[in-house]
Design a protein around this ligand. Structure first.
Ligand SMILES: CC(=O)CC(=O)SCCNC(=O)CCNC(=O)[C@H](O)C(C)(C)COP(=O)(O)OP(=O)(O)OC[C@H]1O[C@@H](n2cnc3c(N)ncnc32)[C@H](O)[C@@H]1OP(=O)(O)O
Length: 419
């Protein structure tokens, strides 16, 4: 396998964008990507990986990338007759696109490959979802025990448990259940989850592309309405639209680029994709497996990592992921976040973009928005939220759930430009 570099990245503003269709978002992010690369057109691109979940599957919708790029081909901005591979993998969709493009180049098959994720989210409510999660989805646990525990803690919090939740998705219920398990097992507190949320809202307030740019205090996060106890609205990834993209190139291709382009190229140290299973909560989680593989492939360890963008579909996920990725001991993720280490200015800044809860989570674009943020940080281009001289960055992006596991998980390690 050859070394692969991220030559350019782009990300649209995230948010509820009712006026913008899939083609408009594709165009916006692609033109920004060309600009970031300093290219007038995409003639050098040999293949594209198009991530999307929301377009549907029948008719023209199952050739989503081709449909979205047709106007750009007609204008001569995107090469005609090249392959576009449509990728769908839940919230890990964009990282799957990245992985495909990385492999195009790493394998020696291509010099330049495009990864793009474009999304508009719409998740219809399902009144039966809680039942499904408790009595079907987590079938290796005693469902009734969790149901009782949930009710009790909800009553203690003064916000009675609502079996239909607060309008969130089945995923919010799943993470709420995992959070309740973590609280019961390790003594993690709802306040620690709120601290993670508040910290990410602060980071997001400095990100012009973030869906929500207002700050949320710990107290406000705790007092916000329950989505699925202990997860409140301020601790949950919102519904929104957006797109993100990256251009991956070989070392040989990069060597022929102008010095100012070479000086911004970010090296891919590892790209790993894994798949989930029903597991016992005590078994290593999927992101743990993905991270271990990424460390082994890159020769790096957690102590080498200077900043992380991780999948905080809820703020509890940040606590849990920090443990599974090897940055905090099992059960100590809450205390790690509470220590301030993961804030801008702390020892290991996490989700400087604002994370999913503040930057937003248009599912098919999220993984590539993480790569965009990390590339900005590694190049020193992140403005007010810039962390100090990072060398190695990690992106962790999960998709779907299988019990306590994600259905898919990607871990990517990136290295700062050497110039
Ligand atoms: C493996 C995996 O991990 C896979 C995953 O990623 S699963 C995650 C997939 N995504 C989801 O499941 C989405 C979950 N989120 C939701 O269902 C909804 O966003 C929600 C129920 C939490 C809130 O729904 P909503 O309809 O936006 O709430 P509503 O009561 O109308 O309030 C909206 C307002 O609340 C506030 N708000 C919403 N989310 C917020 C947040 N995260 N932080 C702070 N404020 C927020 C905003 O002021 C917002 O105003 P706008 O409408 O102008 O945006």
């Amino acid at each position: 396998m050859r070394d692969v570099y991220v030559l350019a990245t782009a990300c649209t503003a995230f948010g509820k964008r009712p006026g913008d269709c899939f083609k408009a978002l594709t165009r916006e992010v692609y033109l920004d990507l060309l600009k970031d690369a300093g290219w007038e057109n995409g003639d050098a691109i040999e293949q594209g990986w198009f991530g999307n979940c929301g377009m549907g599957t029948f008719g023209q919708r199952n050739i989503r990338g081709q449909v979205c790029f047709t106007p750009l081909v007609r204008e001569g901005l995107f090469p005609e007759r090249i392959g576009l591979i449509n990728v769908e993998g839940g919230c890990a969709t964009a990282s799957m696109a990245f992985h495909g493009a990385w492999k195009d180049v790493a394998s020696g098959d291509m010099e330049v490959s495009l990864a793009i994720g474009v999304e508009k989210t719409f998740v219809p409510g399902d009144p039966d979802r809680t039942l499904e999660i408790f009595e079907g989805g987590i079938d290796q646990l005693d469902a009734s025990e969790w149901h009782e525990y949930y009710k009790k803690r909800g009553a203690e919090s003064g916000k009675p448990f609502d079996p239909n939740g607060g309008g969130g998705t089945v995923f919010m219920d799943t993470y709420a259940m995992q959070a309740a398990w973590h609280m019961k097992t390790f003594g993690t507190t709802q306040e620690q989850i709120a601290i993670a949320a508040s910290k990410n809202h602060w980071h997001g307030s400095m990100n012009p592309k973030a869906q929500y740019r207002f700050e949320v205090s710990v107290e406000e996060a705790l007092a916000d309405r329950d989505v699925s106890w202990p997860i409140t609205r301020s601790m949950a990834a919102p519904i929104g639209d957006g797109a993100a993209a990256a251009l991956l190139v070989s070392e040989e291709f990069l060597a022929k680029q102008p010095p100012e382009v070479r000086a911004r190229a970010v090296k891919v140290r590892a790209s790993v994709l894994t798949g989930g299973k029903y597991r016992d909560p005590a078994e290593p989680g999927l992101s743990c497996i993905a991270a271990q593989k990424a460390y082994a492939k890159s020769g790096l360890s957690p102590s080498d990592v200077n900043l992380i963008e991780l999948h905080d579909a809820t703020s509890f996920c940040e606590i849990f992921q920090l443990e599974m990725l090897g940055f905090a001991d099992t059960g100590k993720g809450g205390a790690f976040v509470e220590s301030g280490a993961t804030k801008l200015g702390g020892r290991l800044p996490v989700n400087l973009s604002g994370g999913l809860v503040s930057k937003g989570h248009p599912v098919g674009a999220t993984g590539l928005s993480m790569i965009h943020e990390l590339a900005l940080q590694l190049r020193g281009e992140a403005g007010d939220r810039q962390t100090e001289a990072p060398r190695i960055a990690m992106a962790e992006n999960g998709g779907g759930v299988i019990g306590f596991d994600e259905a898919a998980c990607s871990v990517i390690l990136l290295e700062a430009p050497s110039a």
